[in-house]
Design a protein around this ligand. Structure first.
Ligand code: UTP
Length: 792
């Protein structure tokens, strides 16, 4: 398989040649291979391969020969998909046929003549697919050597000093900043030639005081004055003057494009053309009009810099000023931001490879730090609303209708009364966020408060008018983490984040919080061992994370918790003595079935009807009710490990013994014996709908105006069933998305008794399992406990 050829084993895991990335272990490798980037490159490679196979290389035609002439000539061998000509020199062309057979026919023809000249044709060169390689390391460019950094950090006397060292190591040097300034000047000069009065303004990490070596150069091309200039020129043309006041004639680039009506794609193409042709050193110019903000990407060869130009992105320039201001308000802000950013990158929570992606971006990380600093007591940073009130009249600023007013200089803002040192603040940061209910809150830096998500949606809907109440898909992109931009209040700067990233974020925050409580964090090791930030940044040791080469089946654990059970069932359990453990497990299995069958509408691969109980007790009646669902193909394993599969059409109840140990009378055994019920159960289900996608939003939409709104996810059976129904009804294309098996086993004893549910895909052609499992990971336990409490 071609995909296998892409992967190389390395001493530290795997290397994907196609994507040029290192992968630490097998589970990550599987994720990677199912991931968007890898899949995209595989498709692209297949496309290139078929293009190469379908194409011939043609030369020998006259320089004036057109694409149409070549197309018409080659059409005699089969339909032509595309002709690409070496336009500048008119020396050769690539003719791509729609079908590979046409290539063979054209190549088999002994002679080709066009316009009196003999054409030379040959198979197109097979180049092999290569991802543009990363920029080579420039020894003159400052890079952070991790080993050296760790060594330096271990030598310092305190965490405070370590955090300062992190800043020193990562921050942009004077020369780097100077180089960026020079490139901005050069771009300004060239672009002004074509777009009079335009302004090229840096924003983001190059200028916000949080930049690191090799960070991107983000630029805003402001064309508002150019547009005014164009309007003026048009008016003077209409009044008979051909030349504008500064000599721009009608054949200037502006005569080809109307800035007022041009689409973003047209503007990007224009900027890209200027960059390609007129800016020395600039290469790899690529307009991307599909991004949230359309952008022209480029690189600069000599400066080894990557840049992004967006157009009329004044909000970004302004929020960069805000970041600069906050950084200048207190000297502890920068060390905290640099430390948190580096920590997040080390833990794979941040660092999307090229802008978009499922992780947090640097802007969002910075805002998380600011929000925390607004919320500690006493605060280190004021809220955006407070800053607005400190600004004077000249500092008032509204962009695209958003109030972006704040003082231009830190001097106008009273200093913080908070005296905590950096070590304490960092610990406080992890304590603040490790239990933070991200999915149910909206972080609002304007007010410095975390708004309950329902309040925010109401506020937003009220502001937007009645339309938005009709469908849950409108409005800002709320997701697992919601951080409002300080100014553009309809923008969630973490809107790209996936459930999975949130799960990782939570896990890492908990680990970090736990570590910060230890002496290893706070005190330098007398024995020269790693301490402080070094261990905080390090990969985990001895945790339950998947290790190289070890396959780990995803599992969810349902702990025995008497407190969540219904009173009458608790009494039954108490009376059951030794059998209580198994009785509890049986109940858990029943509700697990209800969750998958009824609430999440999973279909059984084979339907097996349940047998009614012969002499039901109260508990059994209730149990039977729970079990009156279409059951799945199910295998039961008894305590001694014997397995028996339930066959299609065979009637079996969850409480029935496996066939190997079936009572001779065929009667249902009583539950008051610990051997009467198997200690393991297996099911297989098929999911035909993406019941996890957009679920929270739909739930909020459905319960908005009811008393149920306060119920957390998984806290109410009827709501969750309605949400699934809504998703199912809106799904135009139900198909077998995913088949998965669940193995339930009763493990542990006493207080540690738990039902362990191992969940694994048995057929997952489209790679949905990861998302489904991450949803189940938080949903299933809550739902099971809700059902256990209600015994519905
Ligand atoms: P980044 O997240 O790229 O931050 O946003 P950065 O510090 O510049 O990091 P690198 O080095 O490019 O990765 C860059 C700027 O884009 C604007 C902000 O001005 C931010 O400083 N931005 C980003 C937004 O306005 N909104 C967003 O959601 C993201």
């Amino acid at each position: 398989m071609e995909a296998d050829k892409d992967i190389q084993n390395t001493p530290t895991g795997f290397y994907c040649k196609l994507c040029d990335v290192q992968i630490p272990n097998k589970p990550s490798l599987e994720d990677h291979m199912k991931g968007k980037k890898h899949q995209h490159l595989c498709r692209l490679r297949a496309k290139r391969k078929s293009q190469e196979e379908n194409s011939v290389y043609v030369s020998g035609f006259k320089p004036a020969t057109s694409v149409t002439e070549l197309t018409e000539y080659f059409q005699q061998y089969g339909p032509v998909a595309e002709v690409i000509m070496d336009k500048d020199r008119g020396l050769y062309a690539i003719v791509e046929f729609s079908e590979p057979a046409s290539t063979d026919v054209a190549l088999a023809q002994l002679q080709h003549r066009l316009d009196g000249l003999k054409l030379r044709i040959k198979p197109r060169e097979r180049k092999g697919f290569k991802l543009a390689s990363k920029a080579k390391h420039d020894p003159n460019k400052p890079q952070v050597n991790l080993e050296k950094l760790n060594h330096e950090l271990c030598q310092t006397a305190s965490v405070n000093e370590q955090m300062q060292k992190v800043v020193e190591n990562f921050q942009l040097g004077e020369n780097e900043s100077k180089a960026r300034e020079l490139l901005v000047q050069l771009l300004q000069e060239v672009l002004t030639e074509f777009l009079p009065d335009c302004q090229i303004l840096p924003f983001g990490s190059s200028v916000n005081t949080f930049g690191v070596h090799s960070c991107d150069l983000d630029l805003d091309l402001d064309l508002q004055s150019t547009q005014t200039f164009q309007n003026r020129t048009k008016r003077s043309e209409q009044t008979g003057e051909n030349k504008s006041e500064d000599g721009q004639s009608e054949d200037s680039i502006l005569s080809d494009i109307d800035l007022a009506t041009a689409s973003p794609a047209e503007l990007l193409e224009l900027v890209a053309a200027i960059l390609r042709k007129c800016v020395p050193g600039v290469h790899k110019v690529q307009p991307v009009s599909t991004a949230r903000l359309p952008v022209v990407k480029f690189s600069h060869r000599q400066l080894d810099l990557h840049g992004d130009i967006t157009i009329n992105n004044r909000l970004a320039v302004r929020n960069t000023r805000f970041l600069q201001l906050c950084s200048g308000l207190d000297s502890r802000v920068r060390p905290l931001v640099y430390t948190f950013r580096f920590w997040a990158k080390q833990k794979h929570i941040a660092g999307n490879p090229s802008g978009g992606g499922p992780l947090l971006n640097n802007y969002a990380l910075t805002l998380l730090v600011f929000f925390y600093l607004q919320n500690i007591n006493p605060p280190v940073l004021p809220t955006v609303e407070q800053l607005k009130n400190m600004a004077c009249e000249e500092e008032e600023c509204v962009i695209n209708g958003w109030d972006c007013t704040f003082p231009s200089q830190p001097i106008r803002v009273p200093p913080s009364k908070n005296t905590d040192d950096l070590c304490t603040l960092l610990f406080g940061f992890f304590t603040f966020y490790h239990k933070f209910d991200f999915p149910e809150s909206v972080l609002c830096l304007r007010s410095g408060r975390a708004l309950p998500i329902t309040d925010y949606e109401e506020m937003h809907n009220a502001a937007e008018g009645s339309d938005t109440k009709q469908t849950p898909s409108s409005g800002p992109k709320l997701g697992p983490v919601n951080i409002l931009d300080p100014f553009e209040l309809h923008h969630n700067v973490a809107g790209n984040l996936t459930e999975r990233t949130l799960k990782n974020l939570r896990r890492e925050l908990c680990e970090a919080e736990k570590y910060c409580r230890s002496l290893q964090y706070q005190r330098k090791s007398a024995k020269g061992k790693s301490w402080g930030l070094v261990r905080l940044f390090a990969p985990h040791e001895g945790t339950s994370r998947p290790q190289d080469g070890v396959e780990k089946v995803p599992e969810i654990s349902v702990p025995f918790r008497a407190a969540v059970l219904r009173g009458s069932f608790r009494t039954e359990l108490a009376a059951a003595g030794d059998a209580s453990r198994v009785m509890w497990f049986k109940k858990v299995c029943s509700v697990v079935e209800v969750v998958f069958n009824d609430i999440l509408k999973c279909a059984p691969t084979t339907q097996v009807e349940l047998e009614p109980s012969s002499t039901p007790t109260d508990h059994d009646q209730e149990q039977t009710k729970l079990e009156e669902v279409n059951n799945n193909q199910k295998t039961v394993v008894d305590a001694s490990g014997n397995r028996a599969s339930a066959h299609p059409g065979v009637k079996r109840s969850l409480s029935e013994e496996p066939s190997s140990s079936c009572s001779p009378q065929g009667k249902r055994p009583r539950l008051d014996s610990s051997s009467a019920f198997p200690e393991a159960v297996q099911w297989t289900w098929i999911q035909r709908h993406q019941v996890w996608a957009g679920r929270r939003k739909i739930r909020r939409f459905l319960v908005k105006s009811s008393d149920e709104a306060s119920k957390p996810e998984g806290g109410c059976r009827s709501i969750e069933s309605r949400v699934t129904r809504y998703i199912v009804e809106k799904d135009p294309d139900p198909r077998d998305l995913l088949e998965f098996g669940v193995d339930a086993a009763l493990v542990g004893s006493g207080e540690l008794t738990r039902a362990l549910l191992k969940i694994k895909p048995t057929s997952d052609p489209a790679g949905h399992f990861q998302d489904f499992f991450h949803f189940l990971d938080s949903f299933l336990l809550r739902m099971v406990e809700t059902l256990l409490a209600k015994s519905e």
